[in-house]
Design a protein around this ligand. Structure first.
Ligand SMILES: NC(=O)C1=CN([C@@H]2O[C@H](COP(=O)(O)OP(=O)(O)OC[C@H]3O[C@@H](n4cnc5c(N)ncnc54)[C@H](OP(=O)(O)O)[C@@H]3O)[C@@H](O)[C@H]2O)C=CC1
Ligand SMILES: O=C(CO)COP(=O)(O)O
Length: 329
């Protein structure tokens, strides 16, 4: 039994804390909301995020970072834009020498950083890992089976972390492609916005499937240009999560995209309480990264344009369709 410390008591942090309990560990979950922590400890629920899913009674929740010093492994699961401030609050010493598994899916606004780049800056002595793949928090917390990718700098250490979190319902596959896995997790949210917009605009399932296939090709170009491994694309973090998020109304990003496709503005959708849609923050960053590396990424550009409010989907689709024809592959 290891001591696992999970930071971020929203839907995904709590689901992963539950997964770590399924794997038999001593788990502490740290959130910023004392009332939510009390609900987890006393009622074994997190109703605001996970409805009536029963949490393991031995899952302990708290605010603050007290138990982190004793942890064998740390999972970072706050939203991507909150990772920097959270790491600053923890301080570098507490994470020195510890495996830190980064679970948020997004690129940071302003710096354009991946989650592992933020960790390297603020806790350079921590050992970075990235977890990503097709995994809705409700499914994982309820003990429904899924598989994910878990990447580290060394495949042997990734094997060890995969072994740490594995249970009958949670099956991590080891990888040594931190960059590729991070880009898959961040960009699938951008593509889910686009696929949702196609649905919301009533453009049909053929269009959505064509978008998904071209998103897959584009994501492959991004991974390789940034130094990732092409094979990651065909794995759980790649096509596994892309297919899930681009076709399921369980995805917040997909639902946000549906609302965009129906003509609602970003502000109107946000004020409607849609919940966290990481792709909204990541899309402009992804566009900047693609431009900087001269990557041909028309779909990221299209989603970014749609989010900007400067063009509606009815105008964007012909722009995509009238580009010069290409050969596949
Ligand atoms: N939900 C899912 O199915 C999955 C989510 N992910 C990823 O996990 C990450 C977290 O998502 P998820 O848990 O779903 O999000 P939620 O919206 O469910 O929860 C976010 C949590 O982070 C807290 N939080 C919000 N802003 C801050 C901040 N500025 N500083 C510190 N804490 C903050 C919230 O606290 P409070 O409640 O007080 O606002 C809440 O506890 C995202 O990157 C997402 O893409 C990955 C796989 C699956
Ligand atoms: O990452 C997820 C599933 O793998 C969750 O997707 P959303 O954040 O779009 O809900």
């Amino acid at each position: 039994m290891a001591r696992v410390f999970v930071i971020g008591a929203g839907a995904w942090g709590t689901a992963l804390a539950q997964a770590a309990r399924f794997a038999g560990h001593d788990v502490t979950l740290s959130g910023r909301d004392a009332q939510a922590a009390r609900e987890i400890n006393e009622s074994h629920r997190l109703s605001a995020y996970l409805g009536d899913i029963a949490l393991d009674p031995d899952l302990r929740a708290q605010t603050g970072f007290d138990a982190i010093a004793a942890a064998d492994a740390v999972l970072m699961v706050v939203p991507a834009q909150a990772t920097r401030a959270t790491l600053e609050a923890i301080g570098p010493d507490a994470l020195s020498g510890k495996p830190v598994i980064l679970c948020a899916k997004g690129l940071e606004t302003g710096s354009n950083d991946r989650q592992s780049e933020i960790l390297a800056e603020l806790a350079p002595e921590a050992e970075p890992f990235v977890l990503s793949g097709p995994s809705f928090a409700h499914d994982v917390a309820a003990g429904k089976p899924t598989a994910v990718t878990l990447a580290g700098h060394s495949i042997e250490r990734a094997d060890e972390m995969a072994g740490l979190l594995a249970s009958d319902s949670f099956r991590p596959y080891a990888s040594e492609d931190i960059v590729g896995v991070e880009m898959c997790g961040a960009l699938k949210n951008v593509y889910a916005l686009g696929a949702g917009a196609i649905e919301g605009a009533g453009l049909g399932l053929s269009a959505r499937s064509a978008f998904l296939a071209r998103a897959y090709a584009e994501l492959g170009r991004v991974i390789v240009a940034l130094g990732g491994i092409d094979a990651t694309l065909s794995g759980l973090a790649g096509i596994g999560d892309l297919a899930l998020s681009c076709t399921s109304e369980q995805s917040r990003n997909y639902r946000f995209g549906i609302a965009l496709g129906r003509g609602q503005s970003v502000d109107a959708i946000r004020s409607g309480g849609m919940g966290l849609a990481e792709g909204v923050f990541t899309a402009p960053v992804a566009k900047a990264v693609a431009d900087r590396h001269a990557i041909d990424a028309p779909l990221i550009g299209a989603v970014d344009l749609l989010l900007s409010g400067e063009a509606r989907i009815e105008a964007i689709v012909p722009m995509l369709m009238r580009r010069p024809l290409k050969r596949e592959g």
